[in-house]
Design a protein around this ligand. Structure first.
Ligand SMILES: [Zn+2]
Length: 281
């Protein structure tokens, strides 16, 4: 099985920040973990869209919810070498990203996009917190405490997690490649030049590339599933903190601005969490 270089990215990002001096002050360990966790979740959510589209996976309910569940379960598939407590803190980083977006919108008085194909930010926060808690309820009582997930929902979280895990297991069995020969079609990784105005952009590119994480995810998916055509995973400059999968061109785009945006949002974590790290007690 392919080994992932996830942990590499963490210290590398921290180092990149440290070298930037005044333009981008050094991030704390929590802030780096938040940035990496949410970048990984974004990638895995879009990989979910890619698999749904390319393998024509049956989807009941909204595709965006399915992509969130696939993204969440994808983080479990990536975690193998990571320390357990730190891993759960990463899951809460992903949940807290949605809590921050929720708070921002409330503070700004932005209209709630009830028409949107995505669940509301507040719902995505509780959905992720619920899946995290449900993955190991005996050990993760603290998740209920830090997330404020009401017991009415928490009761069913183990079932929600089991359902998502079962679905992923099922589709790996039905759509997985058992062929020992090299896959006919693969996902190639392309790095565009990051935007000049992005603080530390060039260094960000260098570190992401050095981590080998995108290549590892692309290789893992290419080996695991019989993809119907060659696909592309592109780090690009988009003009917005975005990410998407284009099902016509078969290209997954992850924007440098999105990673930079996570890095900026991470600064609000201490306020969100009352100065406490989301770690088990
Ligand atoms: Zn999506």
């Amino acid at each position: 099985m392919k080994r992932f270089a996830l942990l590499l990215l963490l210290p590398l990002l921290a180092q990149a920040q440290a070298q930037q001096g005044e333009t981008a002050p050094e991030l704390s360990v929590d802030e780096v973990r938040f940035t990496v966790a949410n970048s990984e979740f974004t990638l895995m959510h879009e990989m979910g869209h890619l698999l749904i589209s390319e393998l024509q996976l049956p989807v009941l309910g909204r595709e965006e919810d399915a992509a969130d569940q696939l993204g969440f379960m994808g983080l479990f598939l990536l975690q193998q070498e990571q320390h357990r407590d730190d891993f759960y803190a990463k899951l809460m980083d992903v949940a807290d990203y949605w809590r921050l977006e929720w708070q921002h919108a409330e503070r700004d008085g932005s209209p709630v996009p009830v028409w949107d194909s995505h669940a509301l930010d507040a719902q995505r926060f509780y959905n992720i917190a619920c899946l995290a808690y449900g993955s190991d309820p005996d050990r993760l009582d603290w998740v209920l405490e830090v997330s404020g997930l009401p017991v009415e929902r928490a009761l069913y979280c183990p079932e929600e997690y089991e359902q998502a895990a079962h679905a992923v297991q099922w589709f790996r069995e039905h759509f997985g490649r058992s062929d020992e020969r090299p896959a006919r079609h693969r996902i190639q990784v392309i790095y565009d030049t990051p935007p000049g105005h992005l603080p530390g952009g060039a260094e960000l590119l260098e570190k992401i590339r050095a981590s080998g994480e995108l290549e590892a995810v692309a290789a893992k998916a290419s080996d695991a599933f019989a993809l119907p055509r060659d696909l592309t995973l592109r780090m690009s400059t988009c003009g917005a903190p975005d990410a998407w999968f284009n099902r016509i061109s078969g290209e997954l785009t992850l924007c440098y601005e999105r990673i930079a945006y996570f890095r900026t949002l991470a600064r609000e974590l201490p306020k969100l969490r009352g100065g406490e790290s989301p770690t088990p007690r």
